[in-house]
Design a protein around this ligand. Structure first.
Ligand code: NAP
Length: 272
């Protein structure tokens, strides 16, 4: 079942760290978590935007909100943020939301773009997860939300590298869920489908080129993801109507995994 043990609505005590809070889904998470009473630590490169958001939310919700400008794809900045959040016992929630996309055939992906995809979508998410989790385990309390993508479940032409990074997020987050099973630490994977944010222009596919009927509003996406968290879901697909499809998928995966450790080749591979 797609369910974690602790089923309470997540309301804030402590500080929520949100990466990629300067736009899109991260900006909405900042608002919603402030509304739930969390103090905020907002991370992204555009410090001017973060400062304005921190000021606005701090005033509106009477919370403490700080901005930390950092390029999480750059090792030195990532080290600084990881060290800062590892040392801050007030942090009770991390949303690993910062991500980038480049939708083009893999062979046509320039090396610096490849590096930024791997560094941000994989390395930063992993490093920041591992920065907060030891404290969460010690205190037996905390929430980690990793933002993957439906493209972590599949790959389409042009998404090979992005899908690969998001498959990592899926596998990594499922592994963490196993490692924290039986604790009060919640770990949620959120896998949005197409959502109206700046990432589309960045990816090289204009939002205007998508069928509007397939594109979700960023606020609806985050509200659904938080409803999934409140319901104790391990994996939340905000746009999925038929929830049993995810259970069916998990059962098929378990059946496959259960059938493969048999110490010998499948008979179809044996000489005839
Ligand atoms: P977005 O509006 O482009 O937001 C991305 C955020 O990440 C921005 O705040 C950006 O801020 C930050 N960021 C980018 N590069 C960074 C870097 N090197 N260091 C630090 N921060 C960086 O896109 P979004 O759609 O909200 O994306 C949020 C997450 O949702 C991503 O992980 C994305 O893969 C995932 N997602 C989105 C969709 C969709 O259709 N929108 C679908 C599935 C999954 P700065 O530019 O200020 O650094």
């Amino acid at each position: 079942m797609n369910q974690q043990s602790n089923n309470n609505i997540v309301n804030g005590a402590g500080t929520a760290v949100i990466t990629g809070a300067s736009s899109g889904l991260g900006r909405v998470y900042a608002e919603r978590l402030a509304q739930r009473g969390y103090d905020l630590l907002l991370v992204a490169r555009r410090g001017d935007r973060l400062d304005a958001i921190a000021k606005e939310l701090g005033t509106r919700y009477s919370i403490k909100a700080r901005a930390l400008a950092a390029d999480l794809a750059a090792a030195a900045d990532l080290d600084g943020v990881a060290d800062a959040i590892a040392a801050d016992d007030s942090i009770t929630l991390l949303v690993n939301n910062a991500g980038t996309s480049h939708l083009a055939p893999a062979e046509q992906t320039p090396l610096p773009v490849l590096a930024s995809l791997l560094n941000l979508n994989i390395t930063a998410l992993t490093r920041l997860s591992l920065a907060v989790l030891p404290g969460f385990r010690t205190r037996n309390h905390g929430t980690l939300i990793n933002i993957g993508s439906v493209l972590g479940f599949t790959s389409i032409p042009g998404s090979s590298i992005y899908s690969g990074t998001k498959s990592f997020v899926l596998g990594f987050t499922m592994g963490l869920q196993n490692e924290f099973a039986g604790t009060n630490v919640r770990i949620q994977l959120v896998a949005p489908a197409s959502t109206a944010t700046e990432i589309w222009e960045i990816s090289g596919v204009p939002l205007a080129s998508l069928d509007p009927a397939t594109v979700m509003d960023a606020a609806q996406c985050v509200d659904a993801a938080l409803a999934g968290l409140d319901q104790g879901e391990l994996i939340t697909l905000p746009s999925l109507e038929t929830a049993v499809l995810l259970d069916d998928y998990e059962q098929a995966r378990q059946a496959l995994v259960g059938a493969i450790n048999r110490g010998q080749p499948g008979s179809r591979y044996l000489p005839r």
